[in-house]
Design a protein around this ligand. Structure first.
Ligand SMILES: NC(=O)c1ccc[n+]([C@@H]2O[C@H](COP(=O)([O-])OP(=O)(O)OC[C@H]3O[C@@H](n4cnc5c(N)ncnc54)[C@H](O)[C@@H]3O)[C@@H](O)[C@H]2O)c1
Length: 421
């Protein structure tokens, strides 16, 4: 008989995973502390837009904010947030608190698999003891631990959860066998059996840290190219003709993965008395980029900041998703505002309610209204009407194209000035 699965934390990661298990015929339960989220999911609405109403309704999933539901689960999959605090130190409190709850309802023989991005040692040295304490059971005898990092990319409808190879590790061979079999039954791309939980934890953290560093390098090259007076896009196009040049692009690194996970490695190194340098350098450059972007816009204006009206397009941390957490676009807005500019914002993925909460003034692509349009998160809706974005800039004004996606000549032919990172 198939195991009963309970996913704990039904966000960007947990919900698509629950759907995949339910679709493969597992009895699938979902537990989340957010009652509002549970209510919405029961009504067939996913505010993260990872699943549409049809997908939510095509399978049977039982969602609950009542932790008693955990008692039925043979396999519990933990998909909790792992942010950093104001000092960029890992904040494991959601993972710890959910582990306490799970411990209170843990069934003998159950496997608890962590999917959150953490530093090596978190699953076995922090979560295992919490589960033992709360359950009164013995880890490795009465219940078992596993780790399988999630690698989805929100908003990406091509690389969905079942199409990405899953790295899987258990605390012992038998647990790893069970988990490999379980994940293989839903992940069509297959599984990679990692030799230990710590290896799997480390692998996930370095995937994101590597991306952070590569983008940081491109950002530094973009800043230098700007100083030299050449276009970054031209430099990268030329360099990319070599077979082993890596095609990364400069940009803002926000969200709660790429810009956050490197700090988990830094903290682990610190705990072990080791200093990191490369990882920290990447973080410093990327964290500085929103200010650099704002400076580029301010330097390009032909009116004083106090007289400038600016429209920022795309507030979410990346395109085509509604996630504004740790969005660097917001930082760009704040820098422009601090310089005295009147900034209006637009984002089809962010609700009016949220914009109001963020105290933002909304604007839209009205003809000849702005001294600068700052195109940050390239949502598909914007790319479908490039002319509308260009026309919103006053003649002679600035079109700032963070990701160099709009044709420079088109903008210049329309009598506007083009600036890119
Ligand atoms: N979002 C991504 O694209 C992505 C990709 C790969 C890995 N990850 C990692 O996966 C993990 C989860 O990320 P996410 O984006 O799904 O987070 P999320 O914030 O979208 O979802 C987390 C969910 O957990 C719930 N929650 C918080 N505390 C809880 C508790 N004590 N008990 C029960 N539920 C609780 C929240 O209400 C929320 O619904 C993180 O470690 C993240 O780094 C995320």
């Amino acid at each position: 008989m198939k195991e009963t699965i309970c996913i704990v934390g039904l966000g960007y990661v947990g919900l698509p995973l629950a759907h995949a298990f339910a679709k493969a015929g597992y009895e699938t339960l979902g537990y989340d502390i957010a009652e509002k989220r549970i209510g919405e999911l029961r009504r067939g609405h996913d505010r993260t837009r990872e699943l549409n109403e049809k997908q939510l309704k095509e399978v049977t999933m039982t969602f609950s904010a009542d932790s008693e539901i955990l008692e039925r689960a043979d396999i519990i999959i933990m998909a909790l947030p792992t942010p950093v605090d104001a000092e960029n130190k890992p904040d494991l409190s959601p993972v710890e608190s959910a582990s306490k709850t799970v411990g209170k309802h843990l069934k003998k023989g159950a496997i608890v698999v962590y999917e959150s991005t953490v530093y090596p040692g978190t699953t076995e040295e922090i979560c295992g003891p919490i589960l033992e304490k709360e359950s009164g059971l013995v880890c490795g005898k009465d219940f078992f631990l596993g780790y399988s990092p999630e690698r989805i990319n929100p908003g990406d409808k091509e690389h969905t959860v079942t199409k990405i190879v899953k790295v899987v590790a258990g605390q012992d061979e038998k647990t790893t066998d069970v988990l490999c079999e379980l994940y293989s039954s839903v992940i069509t791309a297959g599984v990679h059996r990692a030799p230990s939980v710590k290896v799997a934890e480390m692998a996930k953290a370095i995937e994101n840290a590597q991306r952070d560093l590569n983008i940081a390098f491109m950002n530094e090259i973009a800043l230098l190219s700007n100083k030299i007076g050449i276009k970054t896009k031209d430099v990268l196009a030329a360099a990319a003709t070599k077979w082993n040049f890596l095609p990364f692009k400069p940009g803002l690194v926000g969200g709660h993965c790429i810009g956050v996970d490197p700090y988990y490695l830094v903290e682990k190194a610190r705990q072990l008395g080791m200093e990191t340098h490369v990882i920290d350098a990447g973080r410093q450059i990327n964290d500085r980029m929103s200010k650099e972007v704002a400076m580029q816009v301010l330097n390009a204006l032909d009116v004083s900041p106090a007289k400038a009206r600016i429209l920022v397009l795309g507030l979410t941390f990346k395109e085509n998703i509604p996630d504004t957490r740790n969005s660097k676009s917001m930082d760009v807005v704040h820098h422009l505002q601090s310089a005295g500019c009147a900034v209006e914002v637009n984002d089809p993925y962010v609700s009016d309610e949220e914009l109001k909460r963020m105290e933002m003034t909304t604007g839209a692509c009205e003809e000849n209204r702005y001294d600068a349009v700052v195109f940050l998160a390239p949502h598909r809706e914007y790319l479908a009407d490039v002319q509308g974005m260009i026309n919103a800039v006053k003649k002679g004004g600035v079109f700032y194209d963070l990701k160099s996606l709009v044709d420079r000549d088109t903008i210049e032919r329309a009598g506007r000035r083009y600036v890119a990172l």
